[in-house]
Design a protein around this ligand. Structure first.
Ligand code: PMT
Length: 408
């Protein structure tokens, strides 16, 4: 989410400074490079050594430190930053920022940067209420500074009220919200299936598989983030999806098939990431099947479920561009290529699941095959993998559209 983003985290003097360590960790996990600037007062609460270890970069503390200036001067640091996030921002720092003072490294950096500045104020509730503080905040907000929080609650000093620094996750969310939105796919619509299906045996039992829906949901989010209209047809999973996504929850393969074929005809792309049960129980018992003393064996007769993606790929009208997945434990490439042909797909994503580290896990790797080409997407967390996959699918879709237009 923050890959290639460079963030200066400024820490001012306040007990909430300890939460900045978690904030830096979150920013780094989201892909950002982080450099920390401490005010002299902040050094009383957190040490440069801890922050250096957590950020992986040297920590700057002084405006007039020749050694630090040698590594990266304060103007260079101000230009380097894509964002300046100050957490906690003390009442003193707010006042100095409002006045445009440059009497320490952090305030000078704020004057010298053109990057967005985000402030997470933190102070005693009575201090926060003061007219001077409120005026400072108002003026800073009017100048375009992004204010995050503060929250209400118990304070370290024993008071209860507004002034607690926002939680690191809230600050991360605020940083993400200031990212410029790439709406390059807003002309595109896509249907995605995700998760497992459950095939009933009787009212209390079913046949299913280990799919968690994580891969399919990540693909849906990656499309939605870029403005595409997304319909996500989800089997039974424990995942939430963003409000930009139209989500249809189903249970069985037959229900998934019904919804998938309907939406596939309305949308440009169809991506079958669901682990659909190939077979269902022929006669679902109306009552719970009872164990008996006589029978040591129980036979369930299974019949084939509809092949959803093959049905979509063979639509005679309004056929979308169709991308399938092939989860294989052996002969991955051969089986994937055979599914590409047999199911009449445009692209197949071969998914080697032999390690047992794909279903339900956070990471995955894919090998894409299409008529005249292939591409490997190396191991990454499912969110990053999905972003790369979306880029590949869109490029191949556009290529096909171009070829179709030329043939008319
Ligand atoms: O959900 P996660 O825990 O994140 O795991 C992700 C995943 C492993 C489930 C996913 O990446 C994946 O590989 N999905 C496809 C799983 C699968 O069932 O593959 P398959 O080889 O059995 O099916 C081939 C293709 O046909 C798939 O696109 C499948 O959606 C589709 N299919 C299969 C059977 C059927 N009756 N109808 C179908 O549409």
């Amino acid at each position: 989410m923050l890959t290639n983003k460079q963030i200066v985290v400024g820490i001012t003097g306040g007990i909430a400074a300890y939460k900045s360590i978690e904030l830096i960790r979150l920013l780094k996990t989201a892909g950002a490079e982080v450099r920390v600037v401490l005010t002299p007062a902040a050094e009383a609460f957190v040490t440069p050594l801890t922050l250096q270890a957590i950020s992986g970069n040297g920590v700057s503390t002084s405006l007039l430190d020749p050694q630090a200036e040698l590594a990266m001067g304060h103007i260079e640091l101000a230009k380097w930053a894509d964002f300046v996030v100050i957490a906690p921002a003390s009442a003193d720092f707010l006042a100095r920022l409002r006045l445009g003072m440059g009497n320490d490294l952090l305030s000078t950096l704020c004057l010298a940067t053109s990057a967005p500045i985000l402030l997470a104020p933190a102070m005693n509730q009575q201090m926060y209420k003061q007219q001077a503080v409120q005026e400072n905040l108002q003026v800073l907000a009017e100048r375009g500074v992004h204010l995050i929080g503060p929250n209400s609650g118990f304070q370290a000093c024993g008071d209860v009220g507004k002034g607690r620094m926002s939680e690191p996750t809230e600050i991360l969310a605020a940083v993400l919200q200031t990212l410029p939105k790439n709406r390059s796919l807003d002309q595109l619509s896509v249907t995605i299936t995700a998760g497992p299906t459950q095939e009933a045996i009787d009212p209390v039992r079913y046949i299913s598989n280990h799919s968690s829906g994580k891969m399919g949901f990540a693909i849906a989010e990656a499309f939605a983030e870029q403005g595409a209209k997304v319909t996500l047809i989800a089997g039974p999973v424990n995942l939430s999806s963003s409000s930009a996504i139209e989500r249809i929850d189903v249970v069985s393969a037959q229900e998934m098939a019904q919804q998938a074929v309907k939406f596939a005809q309305q949308n440009d792309l169809f991506i079958g990431c669901a682990a659909v049960a190939d077979y269902r129980v022929a006669e679902v018992a109306e009552q719970k099947i009872k164990k008996t003393d006589e029978n040591n064996e129980l036979t369930l007769r299974l019949i084939k479920n509809p092949d959803i993606i093959a049905t979509v790929a063979n639509l005679s009208e309004n056929r979308p561009f169709v991308v399938g997945f092939a989860a294989e434990t052996e002969k991955v490439e051969a089986y994937a290529k055979s599914k590409l042909q047999r199911k009449n797909l445009d692209v197949i994503c071969a998914n080697d699941v032999s390690s047992g580290q794909v279903f339900g896990k956070d990471h995955n790797a894919l090998h894409l095959f299409w008529q005249n080409g292939e591409k490997k997407l190396p191991l990454a967390d499912k969110q990053h993998l999905a972003q790369q996959l979306v880029a590949e699918i869109v490029a191949l879709y556009q290529q096909k559209q171009g070829e179709l237009n030329q043939s008319f």
